[in-house]
Design a protein around this ligand. Structure first.
Ligand SMILES: *[C@@H]1O[C@H](CO)[C@@H](O)[C@H](O)[C@H]1NC(C)=O
Ligand SMILES: *[C@@H]1O[C@H](CO)[C@@H](O)[C@H](O)[C@H]1NC(C)=O
Ligand SMILES: *[C@@H]1O[C@H](CO)[C@@H](O)[C@H](O)[C@H]1NC(C)=O
Ligand SMILES: *[C@@H]1O[C@H](CO)[C@@H](O)[C@H](O)[C@H]1NC(C)=O
Ligand SMILES: *[C@@H]1O[C@H](CO)[C@@H](O)[C@H](O)[C@H]1NC(C)=O
Length: 773
């Protein structure tokens, strides 16, 4: 053992080598051996490095964090999950077997949570405490001259043996969410759709609605505004009904049978719904601006809900009452489908008694949240749909709930295969949307700071399927991504985009309100998209909105019997979620945003009173950058006291500059994304590092861009609406208005307010231009 050569001849000295040739020889061999090994290792390393696969930054990011699937594979597996299985019918059946008003149906809370868990999501149930009403009693009585009751209709919807759930004894009575209690008796009038202009027409025609019970039909504008307008015009009560005229082609008059035998409206069907003024403020009307937590402060709700009683009824119920108005009052060219009514406004000779009793309480409601943690936890997207319904809610909202579960299921399949999203993905099953976006609004108000810091976009689904007409509303930042994703969703032998383009040029509307995206877009400045297949009003079966007949049976026989559109929606929503979560550079387009603002501005430019142009502006209304703006105006005007015309020119100059700047930024981020996907050899790691930093900076700007348009100088009497670019239209409700402060000032003929808003907008534009330059 002792004679053996040491493995490492470290102790061998030069003299040893000279003096002992045997030893010398052995040492030399060993040296050669070790040299060869080292050279070998170096060679292997070099060869390895040379042939080391070139990788992209995108792939590196995922690999470092143990995410196994490349993006293309993620999308393929996702679509495949939805192609091979479709559980929409099963989920829908579960969600629609019982009525589930806000706070009711805790079994569906548990069901949703359990499914989220099954699909690999981290879940949480968040409770809010909401002041809201439940129906107790209501009636409508027509009285003769001696106050005898001559007509006392049953207000409830018919039980249809063909539609199982309509037979249930616990179905929800007809009522309005947030309606006022009352027992009023008086003459009655008809005010068509109850819009501002309808009441103006009545006034001009000398019809006095003051002190009457006002009957209006649904459609055109949000129902709460109908009641508000009636109240503002001195009415003592309001009754809303659904006129088959507004169902389009599919009517009994046109020879169609009514539900359940055919696609036309069932004559007893009633549209329930909230009458809270969500155009001013959605959410719990006693907790304006903060979350409805258990022991929170509460304010009086009186400015946010009507104070005159209102109820919804069917056209069958109201027809004999309206017939009492025949021939009374001027012919206003109002038309409808009730054969015994001449659509004259009255007022009636007979009196009507309207009784409405609601019970108001603080009621707990439950949002179910499910989360998939991303590689970049500081960025997230939220996908939401509400769960509560006025009745059974097959279309509204549970076609959406079924779709949402399908998306979660397919994401679950991805998780099983090692998927980890780049950004965190949060699923939300909201409660209390029907009463006025309660769950989402209280969530948004409670977590506002956190949400504004992290959320890139909110994707909303309410009604996923009630017909064949595809529609989308979105913040224009998301238009490109929406169109891009639609062109990747297979549908009806082509793509969803082809279908949509054939339908209406794939038009995307501006965000309005009336669904859960409200708090995100209008209050928090988080870009939103909302989408679904609606009834087209032409060939589709009539959708029994907020009625007992929005049932599983109706969906299963009339609306989407093969659940193909549910499936298409799941593919679209899920793929959009993945596109927004997985694209390294945020998939948004500032250019689309700014060009759309200009388009809309040009659409109402003509409404600016021409006499304004020569008015001198009162600089007291330049609240933001008075000195700066006046300097710029003086340059433009060559006058020390600038005129409105110059202010408008300055506004347009800045708007155009915003377009120019965002165009450049769009091409910059496009270029960044190309680089992320590009493969680099290992020794260019420094380039990757620089790229990573540039992306981080770009994403910070892009994800906070919409927030830069928020302002505390709120719209008149609408302090909660913080966004200077988007708001629900004040007089319409569901429809969106763009540059609402300026637009409203023009419509109200308020010169100084217009000056104020131009100033605000110029300052917003300038700060965004600075940010993107
Ligand atoms: C509803 O109540 C009626 C009368 O009490 C009863 O005959 C009927 O079976 C009940 N229907 C259901 C579906 O429970
Ligand atoms: C409503 O008021 C009338 C008198 O105007 C009264 O006779 C009737 O009992 C009241 N109805 C209810 C349900 O309180
Ligand atoms: C219309 O009025 C006639 C005559 O009063 C009546 O027979 C008919 O049932 C009414 N139609 C409806 C739909 O109420
Ligand atoms: C689509 O756009 C084209 C060209 O802009 C226009 O002619 C056409 O009327 C539009 N179609 C629809 C359905 O909007
Ligand atoms: C705002 O509220 C005040 C007081 O109620 C009212 O006079 C004014 O008309 C409101 N403005 C708008 C735009 O509704």
């Amino acid at each position: 053992m002792d004679e053996r050569q040491p493995l490492l001849p470290i102790s061998s000295s030069h003299s040893n080598i000279v003096n002992n040739s045997n030893e010398n020889n052995g040492n030399y061999k060993a040296k050669r051996f070790w040299a060869a090994i080292i050279v070998g290792i170096v060679c292997i390393c070099i060869v390895n490095l040379i042939f080391l696969p070139r990788t992209s930054l995108g792939r590196d990011l995922r690999r470092i964090h143990g995410a196994k699937l490349p993006v293309s594979e993620v999308k393929r597996i996702f679509l495949n999950s939805l192609d091979t299985e479709n559980h929409a019918r099963e989920w829908l059946k579960q969600y629609t077997y019982e009525p589930h008003l806000a706070g009711d149906g805790y079994d569906l809370v548990e069901f949703t949570e359990q499914k989220f868990k099954e699909f690999g999501l981290k879940t949480e149930i968040e409770t809010f405490y909401i002041w809201l009403n439940r129906p107790v009693d209501a009636h409508l009585k027509l009285l003769d001259k001696d106050s005898n009751v001559i007509y006392n209709p049953n207000l409830q919807e018919d039980k249809l043996p063909e539609d199982e759930t309509s037979m249930l004894n616990n179905s929800v009575p007809i009522f309005h969410g947030y309606s006022a209690n009352g027992n009023v008796t008086g003459k009655f009038t008809f005010a068509n759709y109850g819009s501002k202009s309808d009441f103006e027409i009545l006034e001009k025609s000398g019809v006095n609605v003051h002190g009457t019970i006002c009957i209006m039909r649904y459609e055109k504008i949000f129902r709460g505004l109908k009641v508000k307008h009636a109240q503002q015009n001195g009415c003592i009560g309001a009754i809303l009904y659904s006129d088959p005229y507004d169902d389009g082609e599919i009517t009994v008059k046109n020879g169609y049978e009514s539900y359940p035998n055919g696609p036309a409206r069932n004559p007893s069907s009633v549209q329930r719904g909230s009458v809270e003024y969500f155009t001013d403020y959605p959410g719990d009307p006693t907790t304006i601006g903060h979350g409805s937590t258990k022991n929170c402060k509460r304010n009086s709700p009186k400015d946010y809900i009507p104070n005159i009683p209102s109820i919804p009824v069917s056209y069958r119920t109201i027809e004999p009452i309206l017939a009492e108005l025949n021939g009374i009052g001027p012919d206003l060219n109002w038309i409808g489908n009730l054969e015994n009514f001449t659509y004259t406004p009255g007022p009636s000779k007979l009196e009507l008694n309207l009784f409405n009793l609601q019970e108001y309480n603080i009621t707990p409601i439950y949002n179910v949240m499910g989360k998939i943690d991303g590689i970049l936890p500081e960025e997230q997207i939220i996908i939401g749909n509400h769960r509560d319904s006025w009745t059974f809610g097959a279309g509204d909202p549970n076609s959406g709930s079924a779709t949402l579960l399908e998306v979660a299921r397919a994401y679950g399949d991805l998780i099983k295969q090692g998927f980890k999203p780049l950004r965190t993905i949060v699923f939300a099953s909201w409660d209390g949307e029907e009463y006025s976006m309660l769950g989402s609004t209280e969530f948004g108000e409670t977590h506002s700071k956190f949400l504004q810091k992290k959320t890139l976009a909110y994707l909303n689904l309410d009604v996923s399927v009630t017909g064949t007409h595809f529609s989308a509303q979105a913040n224009p930042l998301l238009e490109k991504s929406i169109h891009d994703v639609a062109s990747k969703v297979p549908f009806e032998g082509a793509t969803l985009f082809d279908y949509w383009h054939k339908q209406d040029n794939a038009t995307i509307d501006f965000p309005g309100s009336g669904t859960d995206f409200a708090v995100f877009q209008n209050h928090l400045g988080i870009p939103i998209v909302n989408m679904g297949f609606d009834a087209n009003g032409k060939t589709d079966p009539v959708y029994h909105y907020h009625s007992n007949y929005d049932s599983f049976k109706w969906m299963d026989t009339f609306a989407d019997p093969d659940y193909k559109r549910h499936n298409c929606m799941a593919k679209f929503l899920g793929l959009l979620g993945l596109s927004l979560s997985e694209r390294e550079v945020c998939f948004v387009s500032p250019e689309d945003y700014s060009t759309r603002i200009k388009e809309y501005y040009e659409s109402f430019y003509k409404e600016i009173p021409t006499r304004w142009f020569n008015y001198y502006i009162d600089s007291a209304y330049l609240k933001y950058n008075r000195r700066n703006i006046i300097k710029q105006l003086q340059k433009l005007d060559e006058d020390t006291s600038p005129k409105f015309n110059s202010l408008l020119i300055l506004f347009e100059i800045n708007m155009n500059k915003l377009i120019e700047t965002s165009k450049n930024y769009d091409s910059y981020i496009k270029d960044l994304q190309t680089q992320v996907e590009q493969d680099y050899p290992w020794f260019k790691f420094f380039n990757k590092l620089v790229l990573l930093i540039r992306i981080k900076l770009a994403n910070l700007k892009l994800s906070h861009l919409d927030r830069m348009f928020l302002d505390n100088e709120a719209l008149e009497n609408r302090t909660w609406m913080k966004h200077t670019i988007f708001a629900p239209h004040r007089d319409l409700g569901y429809t969106g208005d763009v540059l609402p402060g300026l637009h409203e000032a023009i419509m109200r003929n308020d010169f100084n307010d217009a000056v104020k808003w131009l100033d605000i907008l110029i300052s917003k534009f300038q700060s965004v231009i600075k940010k993107l330059s």
